[in-house]
Design a protein around this ligand. Structure first.
Ligand code: IPD
Ligand code: CA
Ligand code: CA
Length: 265
């Protein structure tokens, strides 16, 4: 199943790279404020879905652009055909394809492909995480003060802007650096291979984080919601890191959690 996901991600990657040479002529729509989608997002999702369904016609799909397709209580593919669309549309070469497979509600396979660097991150539950076939692990850095932390800014709706800015203010004074590269899936992949020591972001969607979270866990990292519990996929609020940094991130975030950012009962 992982091989099929890799094939799908590489097909979408080739299509995205071809389109990146002519971003000026693309048709772009605004889904909501600051939320853009191009014909490339659609074409990439279609290519991925075709590849997956050719191999597994009965599986269900949850994709960012076309929503849910098919009913299957066992297998669900969760797809972001282009994570980092704003970067892509500006020619900023940092975006990826993210594909995860859930089996009976448990994440089992994950692929994140960065077509610019030809970086292929993969994981299978219980079998470790890999970058281009080499085993990867989260960093060993133990002190938050020395850590490099990824994040994402709220940019579509502003309901959590104030608590986020308070978190950001606090975090920037306690770490060695913060980064906002613009692709949540790649942010998680970077935690998995130790290029970042941790990551947090609010209000994400399942397709932004499903694959990246499995890759982090299989690389020996921890993933949780803002209180460190298991509800990150449904709330879209996520914290990830190597085990030592993960705990310290939660401590910095804790004073800034409004009731709706806490783990739902
Ligand atoms: C976005 C990127 C970005 C994150 C946003 C996501 P998209 O995905 O992952 O880094 O901050 O919240 O929605 O829209 O480019 O697929
Ligand atoms: Ca996304
Ligand atoms: Ca997307």
């Amino acid at each position: 199943m992982l091989n099929t996901a890799v094939k799908a991600a590489r097909r979408a990657g080739a299509l995205i790279v071809r389109a990146s040479q002519n971003v000026d002529i693309l048709t772009v729509h605004s889904k909501k404020q600051n939320d853009y989608v191009s014909e490339v997002d659609h074409a990439a999702e279609q290519a991925i879905v075709e590849t997956l369904l050719e191999a597994y016609p009965s599986h269900a799909i949850l994709g960012e652009e076309f929503g849910e397709q098919g009913k299957n209580t066992e297998y669900l593919w969760i797809i972001d055909p282009l994570d980092g669309t704003t970067n892509f549309l500006h020619g900023f070469p940092h975006y990826c394809i993210s594909i995860a497979l859930q089996h009976r509600g448990v994440l089992e396979q994950a692929v994140i492909y960065d077509p610019n660097r030809n970086d292929l991150f993969t994981a299978t539950k219980g079998r470790g995480a890999f970058l281009n076939d080499r085993r990867i692990r989260v960093s060993k850095r133990a002190k938050l003060q020395e850590a490099l932390i990824g994040t994402g800014f709220p940019f579509r709706h502003w309901s959590h802007l104030d608590p986020y800015l308070a978190m950001f203010r606090d975090m920037m004074q306690r770490t060695s650096g913060l980064r906002r590269p613009g692709s949540a899936a790649l942010d998680l992949a970077y935690v998995a291979c130790g290029w970042d020591d941790g990551f947090w972001e609010l209000d994400l969607s399942p397709w932004d984080i499903a694959a990246g979270a499995l890759i982090v866990k299989e690389a020996g990292g921890l993933v949780g919601d803002l209180e460190g519990n298991e509800r990150w996929l449904e709330t879209g609020n996520i914290v990830a890191g190597n085990p030592k940094i993960f705990v310290q991130l939660l401590q910095v975030l804790a004073p800034h959690l409004t009731p709706d950012l806490k783990t739902p009962c």
